[in-house]
Design a protein around this ligand. Structure first.
Ligand SMILES: [Zn+2]
Ligand SMILES: [Zn+2]
Length: 183
């Protein structure tokens, strides 16, 4: 039972590293940017509210998960491999939902506020920093963490929750963390 819980936990932690590595190297690494993830990610940055097809991601993750379970099962037994893959996939699903919510919802509590500053400083201040989306752990470990200052968001890419519909200006509660630039 403890071994199973540990393998689930290991899968969760492994996802946070996978999230960092895919984003940093497949999404923004010069040499690899032409891969399908890199192309989709470039669109995500350029359009702001664009997300790759959820169906495609679900199918790809099921194939990867089944493959990892099969291969991992040969190495460490199917129960441990299953726990690991379950933790990895559950955290991947949580990450997808979390990333989408960062873009469409103002967020709740200190973590919601932190996560938005961390992610949008990556989008709008420096794309070479803050690649982690659910945590800053791997940015700190790999030296790409940057404490976000006030983030200047191009007006045409402003998140729906950031601005007041009537005036188009930043809502008062976000003005300490975010400003708008451009026409
Ligand atoms: Zn994003
Ligand atoms: Zn990015």
């Amino acid at each position: 039972m403890i071994a199973c819980a540990l393998s689930v936990l290991l899968g969760v932690v492994a996802w946070t590293l996978t999230e960092y590595a895919i984003h940093r190297w497949l999404g923004h690494g010069r040499r690899f940017r032409k891969n399908p993830f890199g192309v989709e990610h470039t669109r995500h940055h350029a359009l702001g509210n664009y997300f790759a097809s959820a169906w495609l991601k679900a199918i790809a993750s099921l194939i990867v998960g089944a493959g990892a379970w099969g291969l991992g099962g040969l190495a460490v037994g199917s129960a441990a491999a299953g726990g690991f893959v379950f933790g990895l996939m559950a955290m991947y699903g949580a990450y997808e939902l979390h990333h989408w919510l960062l873009h469409v919802h103002p967020g709740l509590g200190p973590y919601g506020r932190w996560a938005r500053k961390h992610h949008f400083s990556h989008h709008f201040s420096d794309v070479r920093r803050n690649h982690g989306v659910t945590s800053p752990v791997w940015d700190i470990a790999f030296g790409t963490y940057q404490r976000p200052g006030r983030i200047m968001v191009p007006r045409k890419l402003a998140m729906r929750w950031l601005t007041e519909p009537a005036t188009g200006e930043v809502r008062p509660e976000f003005r300490a963390d975010f400003g708008l630039i451009g026409a």
